[in-house]
Ligand binder design. Structure first.
Ligand code: NI
Length: 172
């Protein structure tokens, strides 16, 4: 497993609608392993392929804070098949937008269809943090970030802050 560099907003690769994974092969399994290692190391509870510059519809998540590392979930070509009428508002962050958190409204429960690393089809119902995380990660595959749900003014403010952070990091 290799830890990969996480892209920081703004980056054009974080704004693309990325294509489906055609076949679940060794390359995809390696990618998922790397993504999990990168996510746990960050540490974070979710990571989407475009965040490490890979243009394919896959994300990983593990929202079990009591037993980190025990429920690694890999979702290939995920699609929401059902959403609850109820919505919840929770604080979100993103590994591509370090040290910034904001309240975002999401569906309280969703059903998610996806393919796993063995190429098997799944449909799972998620609630709580898992549901929020899955919606956040799925957005990444469509070039959408959680700050898109905020006002234009706050989004501009965050983007300026991230540009400054990237400059500082580039200087070392
Ligand atoms: Ni994110």
């Amino acid at each position: 497993m290799t830890r990969r560099a996480i892209l920081i907003h703004p980056d054009p690769r974080l704004r693309k609608v990325v294509p489906a994974i055609e076949t679940v092969d060794a390359e995809v399994r390696k990618l998922a392993d790397d993504m999990l290692e990168t996510m746990y190391d960050a540490p974070g509870i979710g990571l989407a392929a475009p965040q490490i510059g890979v243009m394919g519809r896959v994300f990983v998540m593990d929202c079990d804070r009591d037993a980190p590392g025990e429920h690694p979930t890999v979702c290939i070509n995920p699609k929401i098949t059902w959403t609850s009428d109820a919505r919840v508002t929770g604080e979100e962050g993103c590994l591509s937008i370090p040290d910034y958190y904001a309240e975002v409204e999401r569906f309280e429960k969703i059903r998610l269809a996806f393919t796993d690393l063995d190429g098997a089809a799944h449909e799972e119902e998620y609630d709580g943090q898992w549901a929020i995380c899955a919606q956040h990660e799925l957005d990444h595959l469509d070039g959408k970030l959680f700050i898109d749900y905020l006002s234009a003014m706050r989004r501009t403010m965050v983007t300026q802050k991230m540009k400054k952070l990237k400059k500082e990091r580039a200087r070392g």
